[in-house]
Design a protein around this ligand. Sequence first.
Ligand code: SF4
Length: 661
Amino acid sequence: MPVESVFPRLEPLLPRVSKPVQYVGGELNATAKDWDDTAVRWALCYPDAYEVGLPNQGIMILYEVLNEQPDVLAERTYAVWDDLEQLMREHGVPQFTVESHRPVGAFDLLGVSFATELGYTNLLTALDLAGIPLHSTDRTDEHPIVIGGGHAAFNPEPVADFVDAAVLGDGEEAVLEITGIVRDWKAQGRPGGREELLGRLADTGGVYVPRCYDVDYLPDGRIERVVPNTDRAPERVSKATTMDLDEWPYPKQPLVPLAESVHERMSVEIFRGCTRGCRFCQAGMITRPVRERSAAGIGDMVQRGLDASGFTEVGLLSLSSADHSEIGEVTKGLADRYEGSGTSLSLPSTRVDAFNVDLANELARNGRRSGLTFAPEGGSERIRRVINKMVSEEDLISTVSTAFGAGWRQVKLYFMCGLPTETDDDVLQIAHMSHGVIRAGREVSGRKDIRATISIGAFVPKPHTPFQWAAQEHPAVIDERLRKLRAEINSDRRIGRNVGMRYHDGKPALIEGLLSRGDRRVGRVIERVWREGGRFDGWGEHFSYDRWVEACVAELEPLGVSLEWFTTRERDRTEVLPWDHLDSGLDKEWLWEDWVDALDGREQDDCRWVPCFDCGVCPSMGTDIQVGPGGRPLLPVDPVAHPDTPGQEVTAVSAPTRPWP
Ligand code: SF4
């Protein structure tokens, strides 16, 4: 059956919706392939708006890796805003891809990247618009296999009813393995239909097929056990890890957005993984071990990506970019090479030390100095020991003094509120710290226009971290603590007026907590919220706390559990966690010991610089952390400056942005 484009039906609707350009495709470096010449067809979905989804590195990498295969086609699809959703329903237009505008329901596979749990309701919209039954068990051989990935897929239990499968970890090699399985199954005439294909995916040991596992509950609501119900599924599903990043230099040809997007730059991932051991950080834990891209590999990717895209800004990304073992050489080499060319360089790093300031100074050569970002994360020395963020107030004051002395005029400071064992006093010390920053800045620079902006997020305990057992703080407590903090900052107006404070109420964080540590029973809540209009829950103006609370009351309380049970309840050592059968490589015993150390205020060093402390990751993968130096030069450092171009604009930027708040 020929699969037609829906564009003739979509086009007349576009003048009636906001930002129609986001639905038309045709971006620079987008790939158009012949439908009939390909054996396996993927629709890659980012369940959020185009402006957030297009720059997503995960999707961009998989898109290119798949399209490089001659017989594979990959296209993209994003969440449509409610104005278009309504029109699509009225006119019978299904969810479509932006390349060929073919219906998503006609593809073999729908790969969904879950960067944040608050995107789950958008997944249901996309499935429903595509004509794919919401529940995996209602799908037939005619429907695509729906596969989730991304960080949230390390606990996909809340969406276990809606996805057919999930992949934990790095996608580059995993998507090719899955593609091979689907290719063979189709070539053999689809033996055994959809069930057999899911069985073959489960056979790999690295693809989680939720329907292959049964969950039993105890009378008190806790999980008794999660066990495979077929010989084909392993007891525990392993995560995928791509060990040599230089072998996978993607994206080579970054997509250039047609409409405004959250990042208008090309990004090069300079390393993956982090062993600093911040106990709140799921990304750091689940992406171990550390794997560095070589300096030469970084240089090649920057040059090739700029040539292919025409971007004028490059971000050197990772979880803590200043920690790359050759970052000094990399930044100097790139700054030399692109000095005066109009190409700006940014390095998301929030490390609190003078070296970070040196890097920012290097990148800011001939450029504008905006702000520097540091992340002490906790207000008091005590709470920073609990979260394993080994930064003293002295370190911070000394670092910002170096920055202000070097000509920087403003700093951003990141903190969290609602951390385990936190008291009002831990949070009020943020005021003391910020006052100290302003005083130090004034003293060093001799100027009055020094500014500090404090950005505070509500802490959400995440699976596969030492805080996975912790009680999440209630939003009312967080809001009250932050109200007191604001008053404390303003208690000295002469200093307080130079301190900006950004925070948002803690309610979305509680729902994120429910979706992060929930089990299969939470799927009912997601579906109810969606049926009652929940869309774009990661966006403040669309999020409705009341809708989530009401859905929890209706769906969870008859089962003897509740929103509070999933969020503000501390778990004990023996409790079976919903994700225990999903193996991130981290040893649960080690995580528990680290949780006990946190409660006792004991710190843990970074295993890059001290002997291994047996978190379990390296032995489970038969590997080791990979830290340079690679010994290969970055690039021939011939400058590429054009005499007529303005000087580069350089910023040292902070953590990745996201739609909320
Ligand atoms: S196994 Fe050892 S070296 Fe490897 S990440 Fe864990 S603590 Fe570090």
